[in-house]
Design a protein around this ligand. Sequence first.
Ligand code: NAD
Ligand code: G3P
Length: 341
Amino acid sequence: MSVKIAVLGAGSWGTVLADLLANNGHEVRLWGNSAETAAEINDHHTNKHYLPDFKVSPKVVATLDLKSTLAGVQAILFVIPTAAMRIVAKQVAPILAETGAKPIIISATKGLEQNTHKRISQIIGDEFPAELAEGLVIFSGPSHAEDVATHDITSLTVASQNIGDAEWVQAIFMNDYFRLYTNDDMVGVELGGALKNVIAIGAGILHGLGYGDNTKAALITRGLAEISRLGIEMGANPLTFMGLSGIGDLIVTSTSVHSRNWRCGNALGQGQKLDDVLANMGQVVEGVGTAKAAHELAQQHHVEMPISESIYRVLYENANVQDEINKLMQRRGRREMDFQR
Ligand SMILES: NC(=O)c1ccc[n+]([C@@H]2O[C@H](COP(=O)([O-])OP(=O)(O)OC[C@H]3O[C@@H](n4cnc5c(N)ncnc54)[C@H](O)[C@@H]3O)[C@@H](O)[C@H]2O)c1
Ligand SMILES: O=P(O)(O)OC[C@H](O)CO
């Protein structure tokens, strides 16, 4: 099966996914907001700012015009930062309405919207008619672009309320190094993908401070406990957090030097200032915005998320990292399997 697909977002993940789809035999247009990047992809088949050593398939056509990018496509893959999701959705929706097209919408974006705390599926639900939003497929799991670029074996989850749409997406993406599993738990898959970025900042902070492997394993495990606690309260299937979009993604993001969230935390642990770290990153660090949304959601749902709350205070209230670690260690003893709020 060969399909025509628009990939929206010419950053690191959008570029690698566009390349993968083109190599799988699909017709791919990669839309971005930088004329320089589009020219580089079309003329030199590179995107060096994001992926210095990567050669993009010459079959990927980079574009700047959204209307022509969307013409006749069977699927639209959003791969833009959470902060731009609603902005871009508002540009896409009227173009589809004008032509009456009903492509499958896919999102590989991981985060929660600032101020509204909404998940990506809720933003899509706000901006698109129900018949399009209901088939949304969420694409999530342990997948650094840098590793997929070298065809490292990678497995992800594709979640949709309409499992037929998830299976369609599974079929167009799978190949000998890329394996997808379907799931119908949108809440769990989206929350796992978003909240792990906050814990990954914490893992980076611990590394930057010189803590060892025991400490990092404790953070990941107790981080998963609090992600699960909020997720269960919000209606997720607890078992989803044991899957690729839960513990799988939490492991990779909390341990990989490719992770922007981990690198941000590492620099903070070494004493750098958040504004400087973000300015130097040149790529999206989703966990920073998500930490604020998670803090507000935890309060709204009366769920205890002590690690995420500590990270929130470090990021937004200039709290001292070592004081926050001490506070976490001085909490009263708890039952391990307490997933009630
Ligand atoms: N990089 C990865 O390995 C990876 C893996 C899985 C998921 N993700 C998720 O995918 C999403 C995108 O991440 P990324 O790594 O590709 O980010 P990135 O920082 O590498 O690139 C983001 C791209 O979005 C573009 N963009 C921003 N605002 C835009 C707008 N209004 N209109 C059009 N384009 C706009 C930027 O120009 C940039 O090209 C994030 O939610 C991230 O968590 C990334
Ligand atoms: O580089 P990060 O920290 O944004 O993580 C990217 C992906 O979410 C890893 O699966």
